[in-house]
Design a protein. Structure first.
Length: 249
């Protein structure tokens, strides 16, 4: 059976995202099928949205700036793009990140075209009718829970947990004065008491069913998510954290 195609649309004016939430959101979208389109909408004329491009720079999203003072201009652009993409790209699943009730009509239009519409919103900022209209709804802070395995399964570790384990190991290596080389970090991760399910990259469970074939592949995936960078020193590669306190909680 052909894998469903997925399009993601983020109403940043309605749902402000942290980098960890962006990473969880992209993993959630990829778990639904092949992610063919990912767009974030914002208004650069608003001071609190001027840094959107920088925030999303490491995630390969299309940042759609709608620098218009008129109300709902950004929302109108999102609606227009969804309808156009439904015709041109023909995704099976639309994920709309917003709690704005103005998108209710868009949801119904997309559903009439035999598409599934998934809504992701922020608690306390979602219209009830929008929740009821969606084929699936979840709050942004539930994404990690949705991506997790059965907590009774201690033989594996989720990708999100593996990232936390990785950063914990990098911090431990740095604090002890050790060079955060791939081999050293892998060994520290295997010794983690907080994440005993890690037994090498083959133990990392990804919701899309794909597995990492080597530690380098896992490292490059985390780097692509914008949480670490990789430096080459001679013949070896080592980590450098971009946001040292990102997963401190």
């Amino acid at each position: 059976m052909k894998e469903p195609s997925v399009s993601l649309y983020i109403d940043y004016q309605n749902v402000r995202l942290t980098q960890l939430e962006i990473s969880n959101l992209l993993n959630y979208a990829r778990a639904k099928g092949s992610l063919i389109c990912k767009k974030v909408y914002y208004n650069s004329q608003c001071p609190d949205q001027s840094s959107v491009q920088k925030l999303f720079a490491n995630y390969d999203l299309d940042c759609i700036d709608v620098p218009c003072p008129l109300k709902n201009s950004s929302d109108n652009q999102l609606v227009a793009d969804c309808i156009q993409d439904a015709s041109v790209l023909s995704p099976n699943v639309f994920i709309i990140v917003s709690g704005d009730g103005d998108f209710l009509s868009l949801v119904r239009i997309l559903q009439k075209l035999n598409n599934q519409v998934l809504i992701v919103g922020r608690k306390g900022n979602v219209k009830q009718k929008l929740i009821e209209s969606a084929n699936e709804f979840c709050f942004i802070d539930q994404l990690l829970e949705l991506l997790c395995l059965d907590p009774c399964d201690s033989s594996k570790i989720t990708y999100e947990e593996a990232i936390q384990c990785l950063i914990e190991a990098i911090n431990a290596a740095t604090a002890s004065g050790r060079c955060p080389k791939f081999s050293a970090i892998d060994q520290l991760m295997r010794k983690s008491q907080k994440f005993p399910g890690y037994r090498g990259v083959s133990s990392i469970w990804r919701r899309n069913g794909k597995k990492f074939t080597c530690f380098r592949q896992f490292a490059e995936s985390v780097a692509k998510d914008g949480l670490v960078c990789i430096k080459t020193q001679g013949r070896s590669q080592e980590f450098q954290l971009l946001q040292t306190d990102l997963l401190a909680a």
